[in-house]
Write a new protein. Sequence first.
Length: 75
Amino acid sequence: MLPVLPRLPEQVDPDSWLNAIDGKLYQRRVEANGAVKVDKFRYYVQQKLRGQHVLLKVNTAQQTFEIFFQGRRIK
């Protein structure tokens, strides 16, 4: 006899996987056009930072990246 499986939830939150990466940091080099690339998407930072490295912190509550340069939050 097979075990009884739990019931499926009434609703599924398609964004629940984001909780696993909340607060995660990603380092990226700013491209010549002032943007950084994360996965297949580009996000504008500042053109004056081209060639520099920035840290992007995932903020799932606001659905944004917080961008840091030399320890300061710039965006």
